[in-house]
Design a binder for this molecule. Sequence first.
Ligand code: ATP
Length: 945
Amino acid sequence: MIRVGPKVVFRRFHSLVNPRQVVRIPLNIRAPLQSIQACQNKEQASLDEAPEEGKGRKKTGKKTKKKTVQGDEIDQFGDRGAKPDVEFTYFYQTLKDIVDQYPEDQYVVLIQVGSFYELYFQQAEKHASMLGLTLSKRVLKNHEIPFAGFPDYKLEKYLQIAFGQGLKAVVCDQQTTAQNVIVRPVTRLVTPGTIIDEALRDYHRTNYLLAIQFPADPFKKDALGQKIGMCWVDVGLSQFHVLETNMNELMANITRINPSEILIANDLDIDSLITGKWFPELGELKKYYISRYSLPSVSTPLLDFANRFSENKRLVQSRLDKLSQKEAGAAKVLLHYLNECLPFYKLSFDLPKRSLPNTLMHIDPRAAQDLELTETIVGGFRTGALASIIDKTCTVQGSRLLNTWLLSPSTDVEEIRKRQKYIEVFLNNHIFVQELIQLLRKTTDLGRIVRRADNKRADMGEYLELGHTIMIIDEIHKMVKDCPDKKLVNLVLPLFEKFKEYPALMSLSQSIINTINPQTLRVKIDTNRNDLEVLRKYWFLRPTASPKLAELRDKYDQLELRFQALIQQLSAKFEKCGYQGGFNLIRDPRTTDFVIDVRSSRKSFKSLVDNMDLQLRERTKSSAKFWTMEWQTLGTEMLFVEQEILREEERIISLIRDTLLSLSTELRQVAPIIEFLDVCSSFYLLAWEKGLVKPTVDRSTKFEIENGRHLVVEEGLRGRVTGVENFTANSCALDSGRGWVITGPNMGGKSTFLRQNALIAILAQIGSYVPATKAHIGIIDKVFTRVGASDNIFRHQSSFMVEMNETAIILRDSTERSLAIVDELGRGTSAVEGITIAYASLSHLVKNKNCKVLFATHFGPEIHKLMKDDKELERRTDFYQTTLTRIHDGDLPIDEKLIFDHKLIPGISSHSHAFEIAQLAGFPSDALELARKTYVKATSGLYKD
Ligand SMILES: Nc1ncnc2c1ncn2[C@@H]1O[C@H](COP(=O)(O)OP(=O)(O)OP(=O)(O)O)[C@@H](O)[C@H]1O
């Protein structure tokens, strides 16, 4: 808006871009102005026609083709009490055809009409209230059509609500054909694993869609040993993974992939699968969003999907050819599903990569949950989980990599040592790392932007970010070369080998930076409206981008001057006529004429009409539109030049995009430099801030931790307002075939000790330093936990059944390289049976499986007694207890206070101090007294018989 003088307000014929529309909208889908307007007019006509149902409909022509809803569709309407022989206009019939294809108990169908997404018919009735929308009705002549809707920029919000209800969303975007006809095909089927909307996903984590190919008849007993195919991708990124696994390893693999959606064949008995009836571990599947999908009867051969990969077709086909039968099956299902969900989205994956589970630590679903690696057990929050404490990355891709590592620590000693080396040299070069972090902060996610550019979804801001990121990689490269510490140079410089080989990347970066106008960052043109809404200040490119653009911009500036002069001229004339109100120079969207839009009282209009040489085009109570040849000529000229500028910009941008896409492989190869350096600097910061030490990691079977700590509990204690509590460090020394039995009072710190050791092992194997004063860790292949008691009503399993299932898995799958932490096993059943089960499990793990075992129990004395008959087990087991101090804080015995010092010392605790804990928890004194008396009687043998 341009304000001239205190009262006169002029608006240019194109208004400012609405700041609320600062959303990323794909470039290069701008239809020519005339076609957009023609379409909008037609569309308006089609909508206007609706209320006139039966009356205003044209008799001939495709657009008004009549359809009668009969047969089974009549029944649907019959339910709602509508007339059976309902006829719709073409517009409503097309909507109905789409809506009827998708059962409303599984799908939300969102149809774009102008700048709204709308739900119609049964969709509106079923979902309006769930989405929090008002259910309205379009009243036609003979019937009413239920509908509800929301503005298009709120799409993400409503998709999220739909996902929350386990629904899939069918999105029909409004499109204009070459013949200027508006169509609304199903543009995508949105499910949690096929999200392409930026606002809906968090790039700090991967968002995998996983297809699982089970054996042909998986419920046969012998099918348990058969192969299972897995294929997973993140559609917003480019990796394409495959893996062949078996039933025992399946859940651990799913845990580390952590998919957002799992595809399982339609014909599989899903109930038997997710209730764990067939294989108990698969009960964990119910935590995931599962989609049922089977290949269409006529399916495309896998090799024909080679165009969905970015590499040379032959190379892709030879890789696809090498997939095992099961992997290929899963890949085919996944690619078909993506084709159906995202028919207009260009996928271009890297070459299929087989992930090698034997180089990764196996963390089963229970362990990942019990150890609260990425989210807390209660509430599923990130805050309070290990990831929230250790993640000090400053880029999204770094954070994503760290999360991936956390769920799949390495078992490759060389790889772990390489990561440790980075921390080591970084700790000797503080200033270097601080500068590195500052630079990394300014980078962007290259892989994501390449993918978006490929789909014409990247905006100017993203192109510019990409250009700057390449510059920053170059800057980091120079910084490394110039670093005085030769150790650092020798270690880090090889990371830039590929980058050095691609000088074209630097040219691309230069041309982006020299071309794009930085002021246009994040500003988009809403192509559904009108190109005229672009204000000059939002020209995307610098005038120097091409000689033609410079010439056009110059021309436009001249027109601008004439525009300003015309405003002054009109303003002076209006004042002369005694007109005090404001006016705008606009282009009438209806007639497309250039007019002066005047808003004022009738009285003021009169003076204008009487005194000025203006043609009155339209008049209402409070506004009038005048036409002058001068403004018509100037406006047309401006519009013409503006269109020319946009076309030239478009041409230059598409050249940049073509160059960028021709370098997509190179860009993907250099992208890991950023994420890797980011994670290493995050490890450095963690080690520095928390005083961590470098663990010795080798292929021995040792597990020796001196003064270990639990980072999350320690952080929690630091945050406490009352009293300063420090974390008590404890040591641990295990080896294959050895167990530690930990006893002690409730609240004594047994569970914390168990978990801290598992976490230290995981931290060490992701390459981080660890919270201890010294650590020696022989590679651990699997971490198992059996912690807490929870029943599983969904799987018809009691707490004890769940406990036994989990224990059975550990007893079956642990190896001499595994670490098992078992907390209070056997407490879910009667005391004697519980003790014997706990004892047998400990014995099996230590003696039969040669596993490293940390075993917390309240049955310490009993287990110790049972061991007297098994000298071998006794020799291999150590007993430790957590300690507690009583202090008197007053004169009366009641003033005694328990202090948990959480120190682990050799020995067996025979007392759980349950009464004291109950008292602390606020147990009623009567109940507590009764418990104490009963305890005395019970221990004196009163109830023996
Ligand atoms: N080493 C430690 N240093 C400081 N505080 C600790 C330590 N270990 C545990 N704690 C604190 O004590 C609380 C209880 O610890 P934890 O749950 O490990 O005890 P527990 O012996 O397993 O108890 P229970 O037998 O009742 O399950 C923790 O939440 C933590 O706040």
